[in-house]
Design a protein around this ligand. Structure first.
Ligand SMILES: [Zn+2]
Length: 112
């Protein structure tokens, strides 16, 4: 059996031990894991152009993927190619980060 690499919090550098305390956020093509406490302390409310700091994991992350998908499907008949392309891209990007976060961090941690 292969040992999983520990998931280290990007803020305090200590391991995150369960999915319940994990919050992941995105940067450019990267996903960073945090303890929920460290996330609250260090990142919440702070916003920058390239790092929007919204959690990717958990309900809100999953919902944004679903929402962008629904947007894409429902708006398809009324959009021109470029507009549709933009929304499709948005869906692909949110979906990409969601899967990235899951595969890299959530999957390796116990649920509680
Ligand atoms: Zn931490």
């Amino acid at each position: 059996m292969k040992m999983n690499k520990p998931v280290l919090c990007n803020s305090c550098k200590k391991p995150v031990t369960s999915r319940r305390e994990l919050v992941t956020t995105k940067s450019i093509f990267k996903v960073y894991p945090y303890h929920d406490e460290c996330y609250e302390k260090d990142l919440k409310g702070k916003k920058s152009f390239l790092l929007d700091n919204y959690p990717i994991n958990g309900l809100s992350g999953t919902l944004s993927v679903i929402l962008s998908f629904l947007l894409m499907v429902f708006l398809y008949p009324v959009l021109d190619t470029i507009q549709f392309g933009v929304i499709a891209l948005l869906f692909l990007i949110t979906g990409f980060y969601r899967i990235y976060s899951f595969v890299l961090y959530e999957k390796v941690l116990p649920a509680k």
